[in-house]
Ligand binder design. Structure first.
Ligand SMILES: [Zn+2]
Length: 194
C-alpha cells in the first residue's frame, strides 16, 4: 500500500487529453482561507480519466482539520465523493499504479523503471564486450540485390562482395561490434567471409 504524502508531492498529474492538474486548492471549511495541496496530506491518483483525491487538510490560520474526498475529471470539474474519506483513501492507496500515472519520486527510487534497468544492462554488456575494433575498409563494395529482410527501414543484403571477396550476412549488431575478419555494413549489419 502506498503511504500518505503531502498532496503537492503527487502533482502535477496529467490527463490523457493533455490537461494537467498542477495545483489543487480548497477553502478552509471553518475560516474560508484558501488551502493548497501542500496543506493537505493523503493520496492523489490518476485513474483512467479522473484524478481521485482523498486527503486531510490542515488550516494553518485557524487550526481546523477537515477531510477532502473528491474526483476531478479531465475538464477539471471537481466532484465530491460520498464515500467517507478514510475508506476512499484506503481504496486509492491500494490501487496498483496505472500506466500513465507518474509515481511520486520516492516510489521510483525504490524500484528502478524498466528503461533504467535496460540502460544498465546495455552498459554492462558494452563493458564486457571491450573496446570497438575498427573493421576493415574495402575500396570496392558490391551489395547483393537479394535481401534477407529489413532492419531500421533499410534492406539487409544477403551477401556482399568486398574487394572481390564474398561475405555472407551473419547477424544484426545494434552495438556495432565486430570480431576479427568481419565487416560492418551500415553501422549495424555484420558480414563474415564466405
Ligand atoms: Zn481555517
Amino acid at each position: 500500500m502506498q503511504p500518505n504524502r503531502r498532496l503537492s508531492d503527487f502533482l502535477p498529474l496529467k490527463f490523457a487529453n493533455g490537461q494537467e492538474i498542477k495545483q489543487f486548492s480548497k477553502p478552509c471549511v471553518a475560516c474560508g482561507k484558501m488551502l493548497h495541496a501542500k496543506h493537505m496530506h493523503g493520496v492523489a491518483r490518476l485513474i483512467e480519466n479522473h484524478i481521485a483525491i482523498a486527503a486531510k487538510a490542515h488550516c494553518e490560520s485557524c487550526g481546523a482539520d477537515f477531510s477532502v474526498a473528491c474526483v476531478i475529471n479531465s475538464d477539471k470539474q471537481v466532484k465530491r465523493v460520498v464515500l467517507p474519506r478514510i475508506l476512499f483513501n484506503l481504496y486509492l492507496r491500494n490501487l496498483p499504479l496505472q500506466n500513465q500515472e507518474t509515481a511520486p519520486s520516492a516510489y521510483v527510487r525504490e524500484q528502478p523503471l524498466p528503461e533504467e534497468l535496460d540502460a544498465r544492462e546495455d552498459a554492462a554488456e558494452y563493458r564486457r564486450a571491450g573496446p570497438v575494433k575498427p573493421s576493415f575498409q574495402p575500396r570496392d563494395i558490391v551489395r547483393a540485390e537479394e535481401s534477407l529482410g529489413r532492419f531500421q527501414e533499410k534492406p539487409i543484403p544477403a551477401w556482399l562482395i568486398l574487394d572481390g571477396a564474398r561475405f555472407e550476412f551473419d547477424r544484426i549488431a545494434p552495438d556495432a561490434r565486430t570480431k576479427d575478419g568481419e565487416y560492418l555494413l551500415d553501422g549495424c549489419l555484420i558480414y563474415r567471409p564466405a
